[in-house]
Design a protein around this ligand. Structure first.
Ligand code: PEP
Ligand code: MG
Length: 892
């Protein structure tokens, strides 16, 4: 096994082994770009070290051989007294972990070689400054000292001199500091700062290995879902210096604007400085464009290199570079991070430049980015710029929310009922806050991360949320919020929170609708000359996705308004109309009468009252989806949802009885409520079971569907209704319903002399239904997977309770990275889906297959449904563009 790779030996595809930085340094080296020579110690070596506590025995010799080669190439030896080779030792894992891992620069300097460096560079101050930096970094990261002791000594030296910045310290001051720092090392660690350059290097490599398991790094990986066992590579690279005078400097650059995607190079440059100085913000950087005036040849070369990199990586790159006395060096590059808007624009630009094709463009964006672009946001022209920012936290659930500050759920509910918009501000939330969170426009907490209760629940509700804004002090007793600057937000003061950036503002920041939604709604046209660049890009990407996708996309909608929006957003039909939503409101009393009916007559009367209402609903729906399939699901939820609350009613009756004026109706109602009361309603009398025990209910619905279809037909329409039976567990249930339904349909067809072509299928939302799909398919024209109930019944997780109760703990413990109600659990629930697909099609090859649970609009799940071969996914109207895009990405 080989543990060390020269930069000339690797390439960009070896990220697992060489880490991101090492792989890209090798790639640039092989492109012939000016990279300081060096080598990379592999993640495998790190893993051996982390597992056993010892470096692999072969490592030392391999490092020696590579160091030898490097020394020969550079014509000087590491730490050579009269002309030292200096190296940096940097971490570089497969995934970037900003600021988490260690780096040591200037390795090779010692009491002796510092003089050699001074002589070679002709710069005493520079040499001593470099040496004291080495001792400082080495003490801090390798020897585990408290970095404060060095900063204090530095401050002392400055105040002695009356200097305000490091630059005013001269060579003698720096030499004095180096001595002082060595003394501190001895005092704090009981050992001398190592003078042997190879010992410095070996210790630094070990320190980088160890930094993989630092607390911050571990936490970061858990939050970002980066596996804990990857290990880091270590890059040993010959040093170049940006702090050798005005003809030197260092900078960072992007090959296009990572915020907007605008074409053109962006970056910052700092003259006479080293990398850490840029990050530390000691002096102000200048825009990259100014480098053209400072050093035209280097600037021109850099522009050319950036073009080479973009063409080579076929993507936005970010880079770090240093200029040493007029010579440009590339220190790092990688495919750069970008905002959602930039991702869409860059993908289409690259297509236009001929660098990628449309299929590749689809891989460069994703549904989560599209979803982000669909939230309303604060007005960036003026609005946000002028806003009074008072703090920031973690962007936990996107969107822009404005409202009056309230500090408890009770007030949130009370105020929102009286029509106020409120932002619920808590130190952290718990299940008691649920109703308050529902009532609020947005939620702000001062504690907790992306998996805190507030974050998880807010995302589930689609509410804007900023959490963990630690510098803001929430005082729930005094009902106020205090900023570090001493500002106080009282209850009732207006605040604005941005769940996409994590920013918090005092006062009202104007909100603008998303241009992407305006486009999907048809209020903004991508073809117009002055159309927003982002809208044009989204339009093109959606067209690519629609062209290649195999999955069709339908909507979950149960009224004409939602159906119309869904159609504008590109829905190809309705995959789930939940008819129970049509039974609420004023119609509830009719349902109550149906349930309470003692005689056939009473029941008939109730059903006859409902029939025309249902028929009217369906006519509207079929009209808005004319020519496209509409799956109507017969009544599903437990009956008790249509009856009064058992406790409230009991109290009312008891009170009335004590006053001796109990009314007959209430008594009957109470009896019925008792009779129908279930301990576990989700496993009780619902779905097809209801249709089988309440005579006439399902046939009334089927009749309404058939009559509505007939009516649409005679009006010249093209209704395509599909009747769906929920919660089936065995084929016998379906057989009975089917027989009754067919009789009703035949009767309606005959009376109107039309052919309705109604199909009848079932939901697959119970494990038994999935397992016996080969039987159920005999009686079903289609299956639609109800993955909400299927997840609930496979895991035995109450879908209405768990997210707010123990899921936070489960997410924190990493039992799953995301709720199985959000992203399909491929290994468990998904296996049942796969099984049912195979068995169902074995029985009936033309069986139509879809999914209508929430997962139908979840990006990762859409890929799974594509892979198992469903015909369509169905999701809420707002998720339709996301599902279209992901279906395209899955097929491309
Ligand atoms: C399901 O269970 O996945 C489903 C779509 O039905 P509902 O959410 O109405 O129970
Ligand atoms: Mg269901």
């Amino acid at each position: 096994q080989k543990f060390v790779y020269d930069f000339t030996e690797g390439n960009k595809d070896l990220k697992d082994l060489l880490g991101g930085k090492g792989a890209n340094l090798a790639e640039m080296t092989n492109l012939g770009l000016p990279v300081p020579p060096g080598f990379t110690i592999t993640t495998e070596a790190c893993k051996v070290y982390l597992d056993s506590g010892e470096e692999p025995p072969a490592l030392r010799d391999e490092v020696s051989a590579h160091l030898d080669a490097l020394e020969r190439k550079m014509g000087k030896r590491l730490g050579q007294a009269d002309d030292p080779l200096l190296v940096s030792v940097r971490s570089g894992a497969k995934f970037s972990m900003p600021g988490m891992m260690d780096t040591v620069l200037n390795i090779g300097l010692s009491d002796e070689s510092v003089h050699g460096l001074a002589a070679q560079s002709g710069d005493e101050r520079f040499a001593w400054d470099s040496y004291r930096r080495l001792i400082q970094m080495f003490g801090d990261t390798v020897l585990g000292m408290d970095g404060e002791v060095f900063s204090e000594a530095l401050d002392q030296a400055k105040s002695l001199k009356g200097a305000s910045s490091d630059i005013e310290l001269d060579a003698a001051d720096m030499q004095m500091l180096a001595e002082k720092f060595k003394h501190l090392v001895l005092k704090e660690t009981g050992r001398d700062f190592p003078q042997d350059p190879r010992e410095q290097m070996d210790l630094a490599v070990k320190a980088v290995f160890d930094s993989w398991n630092g607390d911050r790094a571990k936490l970061y990986r858990r939050q970002e879902r980066i596996p804990q066992d990857l290990g880091t590579a270590v890059n040993v690279c010959s040093m170049v210096f940006g702090n050798l005078g005005p003809d030197s400097g260092t900078g960072v650059a992007f090959t296009r604007d990572p915020a907007t995607g605008q074409q053109g190079v962006y970056g910052d440059y700092l003259q006479n400085a080293q990398g850490e100085d840029v990050v530390a913000g000691i002096r102000n950087t200048v825009q990259l464009a100014e480098l053209e005036q400072l050093d035209k040849p280097s600037y021109d070369q850099l522009m050319q290199i950036m073009e080479t990199l973009e063409t080579h990586y076929r993507d936005l790159c970010d880079i770090e570079f240093t200029i040493e006395r007029g010579k440009l060096w590339m220190l790092q590059t990688r495919v750069g991070k970008r905002t959602a808007a930039a991702a869409f624009r860059i993908a289409t630009q690259l297509v236009d430049q001929g660098l990628i094709d449309e299929a590749e463009a689809l891989q460069r964006v994703n549904g989560n980015q599209l979803a982000q672009l669909m939230f309303p946001r604060f007005d960036s022209d003026g609005g946000v710029r002028d806003a009074d920012e008072i703090g920031w936290g973690i962007a936990a659930s996107p969107g822009a929310a404005v409202g009056k500050a309230v500090f408890d759920s009770y007030t949130a509910i009370k105020w929102s009922r009286s029509g106020e918009k409120v932002i619920l501000i808590r130190r952290e939330t718990n299940p008691d806050d649920l109703d308050g969170m529902l009532a609020a426009e947005g939620i702000l907490t001062s504690r907790g991360g992306k998996t805190s209760h507030a974050a998880v629940v807010a995302r589930g509700m689609g509410k804007t949320c900023v959490c963990g804004a630690e510098e803001l002090e929430v005082d729930t007793k005094r009902r106020c919020l205090k900023t570090p600057g001493g500002k106080v937000i009282e209850e009732g003061d207006v605040v604005s929170i941005d769940g996409s950036t994590g920013r918090v503002y005092a006062g009202e920041v104007p909100v603008v609708p998303s241009p992407v939604v305006e486009y999907f709604e048809g209020r903004m046209h991508a073809g117009a000359d002055d159309a927003d660049e982002l809208v044009k890009a989204v339009h093109r990407i959606m067209a690519y996705a629609d062209r290649v996708r195999r999955l069709r996309v339908r909507a979950n909608a149960d009224n004409a308004e939602d159906a119309a929006r869904a159609r504008r957003f590109g829905a190809q039909g309705i995959g789930l109309c939940r008819t129970e939503h049509m039974f609420l409101g004023e119609r509830r009393s009719l349902v109550e009468r149906l349930i309470l009916a003692d005689t056939e007559e009473e029941r008939e009367e109730a059903l006859e009252g409902l029939l025309p209402l249902q028929e009217g609903d369906f006519i509207e729906l079929f009209e808005s989806m004319d020519g496209l399939p509409v799956t109507v699901r017969l009544l599903d939820p437990p009956l008790h949802e249509f009856l009064p609350d058992i406790t409230e009613l009991s109290v009312r009756v008891a009170l009335a009885e004590s006053r001796k004026d109990a009314n007959e109706n209430d008594l009957r109602l109470l009896q019925a409520v008792h009779r129908l009361h279930e301990q576990n309603p989700m496993l009780g009398l619902r779905g097809v079971r209801l249709g089988l025990v309440v005579p006439g209910l399902f046939t009334m619905q089927v009749r309404a569907i058939a009559e509505a279809a007939a009516e649409r037909k005679s009006a010249g329409g093209d209704p395509r209704a599909e009747i769906m039976i929920p919660l089936v567990g065995t084929v016998q249930e379906l057989e009975i319903v089917r027989e009754e339904a067919e009789a009703v349909i035949a009767e309606v067809e005959e009376r109107h002399s039309v052919e309705l072509n109604l199909t009848l299928g079932t939901m697959i939302e119970l494990p038994r239904a999935a397992l016996t799909a080969y039987q159920i398919a005999e009686c079903a024209d289609f299956f639609s997977f109800g993955t909400n109930d299927l997840t609930q019944t496979v895991w035995a997780f109450s879908r209405d309770d768990v997210e707010a109760s123990f899921f936070t703990a489960y997410l924190e413990k990493g039992i799953f990275g995301v709720s199985p109600f959000e992203t399909i659990d491929k290994d468990g629930v998904g296996e049942l889906v796969r099984h049912a697909v195979e068995k169902g099609r074995a029985t009936r090859p033309d069986l139509k297959l879809g999914v209508c649970g929430e997962h139908g609009g979840d990006p990762e799940s859409v890929h799974f449904f594509h892979e198992v071969g469903l015909d369509y996914v169905s999701c809420s109207p707002f998720r339709i563009p996301v599902a279209r895009l992901e279906a395209g990405r899955a097929a491309a």
